[in-house]
Every structure is written in C-alpha cells, then in structure tokens.
Design a protein around this ligand. Sequence first.
Ligand code: HEM
Length: 128
Amino acid sequence: MKTDIRNREDIRLLMERFYDKLLTDKSISYLFTDVAKINLEEHFPVLVDFWDSILFQSDTYQKNAMKPHLDLHQQSPLEARHFKTWLGYFTATVDELFEGDKAELARQRATSIATIMQIKMIEIKNKI
Ligand code: HEM
C-alpha cells in the first residue's frame, strides 16, 4: 500500500524518481544538462528544502525559485510544451509513489507554480 509523503527522505525519493524521468527525455533534459549544466549532488538538497518548505513549512528553502527559471528562459526559451512535460512527469511520479493529502498538495502546488512561471515568462516576452 502507498503511504503519503511523510518526510525529507520521501521527498528525496520523489525527486530522484522524478529526475530519472526528466533526464531521460531529450525534449527537456538538455535544459538541465546542456543549458543550466546542473550538478545533481548540489541540486537535490535544494529541491528537498523547497518541497519540505511547501509541504511541511520547514522554512529550509529561503531563496527565490522563480529567478533561476527566468534566467534559464533568457538562455533557452522555456515553452508550454516543457511545462506540460515537466508537470506530466511530476504528477506521474507522485502518483506512482504516494497517496494522501500531501501528495495532493504537491500536485496542486506544482501546477500552480508552473502556471505562475509561465505567466512571468509571457510578461517578459511582452515587456510588461
Ligand atoms: C519547464 C519546466 C521546468 C524546467 C525546464 C526547470 C528546470 C530547472 C533547472 C535547469 C534548474 C536549475 C537552475 C540553476 O540552478 O541554474 C531548476 C531549479 C529549480 N526548479 Fe525548476 N524547472 C521547471 C519547472 C519547475 C517548477 C514548476 C518548479 C516548482 C514547482 C521548479 C522548482 C525548481 C526549484 C525549487 C529549483 C531550485 C532553485 C534554486 O536553486 O533555488 N521547477 N529548474
């Protein structure tokens, strides 16, 4: 039986499985590997802090998650198809591993943050 997302270890597992999917899909992986050239060992703890703060109000993430995405977008456009792919893998991974209120919250927050990111990118395009 699946459990809900309970702690940082669960978030770490969620992120590792999610990134397995993202990084094996060439339609989106290049943004991580070729454009941003992320170091996974440094990236995962930041993602865990971020989701720990959202799901458990841990306050472990104190940065601005929008900024690196706006910077990335300037280097290589983040398009609607990228967000669709990202959200598809995120939701699929949550559903594969967990069920419960926190799992539902994670899916909802990912969707709303992705929507806000896309609005910000349209604003940049229209120079509002
Ligand atoms: C098109 C969709 C997305 C792509 C291609 C993408 C890609 C990336 C990349 C390449 C980085 C590393 C940036 C860097 O360190 O230079 C990053 C960081 C991050 N992403 Fe995304 N991302 C996407 C959507 C999202 C969404 C929807 C969320 C949240 C729900 C999110 C949460 C984060 C967080 C928390 C970080 C770490 C930020 C920090 O270093 O403080 N991403 N993303």
